[in-house]
Design a protein around this ligand. Structure first.
Ligand code: ZN
Length: 484
């Protein structure tokens, strides 16, 4: 079975076939952060989801070009810049840096391109010029330029490809200037907003006078500049379907006359502690809030990756505790495999050559992991089923280790399978690498004390480590640090 995605455009499950005739290259665009504040955990669900899509496509052998824009000019940003009395760049730069730090903390692969809207004003202007030339955009009395839904539809195109819209109530020429509006208020939307006093110093010159771009046109201009007029995948949270993505389609297809995106994938909403996130309910968390509570980026990533992307997910602090336990189970199993199996040395290889060959079925579940995992994810990224396979594999591997029926060669095979699968999950952390430097230094101090036969000092350091939440396990391959 090949890879299938649920395409919002067709509202059905479809085989994934890239536009590239060679079937190799894939263009992927995900709407990035609007840098006016720290991203919250609902935003992070979308970015971790897009990281999963990208990693899985790479795992399947595709060459992915992953683009994620940075929205650094839009209504909310302008308002905050005004309130903070700083410059646009100074204000957005701070949140942009924080965003990429957080992205790394969640072990998301860095997108290949992260274009900023303010650095694509020329592309945005030329796209608006095309729409004006095609007669589907017009300049209003205040100097702003709007997209005409009526003219677009008269030209035989569909506005409302991602969701059904009711045009009965729509009055031709009615306009909406704000970047966000409800689908009940469909009206001509702003492509270029004429400079207003409240914009302060945020404006650029254009053929229509000073002003700034609308939010929707930013994504059309940047995605098509990098990925071309037609590309494979466009991702985002479901809250972006209308108006943002619908407007992106209208602007792009209106300008180029070509289909914009082949597959639209939308991540579902996130609840926190069973309710919609809100600052007044005390369930509004940024990534930093959760790290300050003592959770790790890895635990948060794991929890965000446990539910299928199209299911509403209830994120809870209890869930993060459970994530800690689940990851510890995986770590323990993988740690034991490393002790038994890695690496396959030359002598082990020649030893195993002398062993009688075992049938595949005897090598057993560990080697099947990759195939089962792939079957699960091929089906519209069924991650819950994929985790089911991982934990089944952990159980089976632990059983064989306990029975001492897992020879070094099989352990090495199992470890390789795990590493393959983890290239998609991205949750590995080597036990030693996880310990902060001062903890590693204490371990070294204890080893030095033991070598000097100063056992009193060695015990004291061991206790100090324990007080800091780390224990030393003495293994045949030397001491290992383990978090309590
Ligand atoms: Zn966008």
């Amino acid at each position: 079975m090949g890879l299938k995605f649920f395409n919002t455009l067709s509202r059905s499950l479809q085989d994934f076939v890239p536009l590239d005739p060679a079937g190799k290259k894939v263009g992927l665009y995900c709407c990035g952060p609007t840098v006016y504040d720290f991203a919250h955990i609902g935003n992070w669900r979308t970015f971790v989801f897009s990281d999963l899509v990208r990693r899985y496509l790479e795992f399947k052998g595709y060459e992915v070009r992953h683009v994620m824009n940075v929205t650094d000019v839009e209504d909310k940003i302008i308002q905050r810049v005004r309130e903070s009395k700083t410059s646009l760049r100074e204000f957005t730069g701070r949140f942009e840096t924080a965003f990429f730090d957080d992205l790394k903390m969640l072990n998301c692969r860095m997108p290949d391109e992260t274009p900023r809207a303010t650095e694509h004003i020329a592309e945005i202007i030329s796209l608006i010029e095309k729409l004006l030339a095609h007669g589907i955009a017009y300049q209003a009395a205040d100097g702003s330029v709007y997209f005409s839904i009526e003219k677009y539809r008269v030209g035989g195109r569909t506005y409302g490809q991602l969701l059904k819209l009711n045009f009965d109530e729509m009055r031709a020429g009615e306009r909406v200037k704000s970047d966000e509006y409800a689908k009940e208020a469909i009206a001509d939307f702003a492509l270029w907003k004429a400079r207003a006093p409240e914009d302060g110093e945020v404006f650029w010159p254009s053929p229509w006078g000073a002003g700034r771009p609308g939010w929707h046109i930013e994504c059309s201009a940047m995605s098509m500049k990098i990925l071309g007029p037609s590309f494979d995948l466009h991702l985002g949270g479901e809250d972006l379907i209308f108006p943002h993505h619908e407007d992106e389609i209208a602007q792009s297809e209106g300008a180029t006359g070509q289909p914009f995106v082949k597959y639209w994938l939308h991540g579902a909403f996130l609840l926190v502690e069973g309710r919609k996130m809100s600052k007044s309910l005390g369930n509004f968390f940024t990534l930093r809030d959760l790290l300050a509570k003592g959770f790790s980026g890895r635990e948060i990533r794991y929890l965000l990756l446990t539910a299928h992307y199209r299911e509403t997910f209830n994120f809870t602090l209890d869930g993060l505790q459970a994530a800690h336990t689940a990851l510890a189970r995986i770590d323990e199993c993988v740690g034991k495999l490393r002790e038994i199996g890695a690496p396959i040395s030359e002598s082990a290889r020649s030893d195993s050559a002398a062993e009688p060959k075992r049938a595949d079925s005897e090598i057993g579940a560990p080697a099947d992991l990759v195939a089962r995992f792939t079957d699960a994810l091929d089906h519209d990224l069924n991650i819950s089923a994929a985790w089911g396979e991982v934990f089944e594999w952990v159980r089976e591997t632990n059983r064989r280790i306990a029975e001492k029926s897992l020879p070094a060669r099989d352990a090495a095979t199992a470890l390789a399978a795990w590493e393959n699968v983890n290239a998609v999950l991205g949750i590995a952390a080597a036990a030693a690498a996880e310990a902060p430097p001062e903890i590693v230094a204490l371990l070294e101090a204890r080893e030095a004390a033991r070598e000097a036969r100063d056992f009193k000092r060695a015990d004291a350091v061991r206790n100090e480590l324990k007080a800091k939440g780390w224990v030393i396990e003495d293994t045949p391959k030397g001491p290992k640090l383990k978090k309590v």
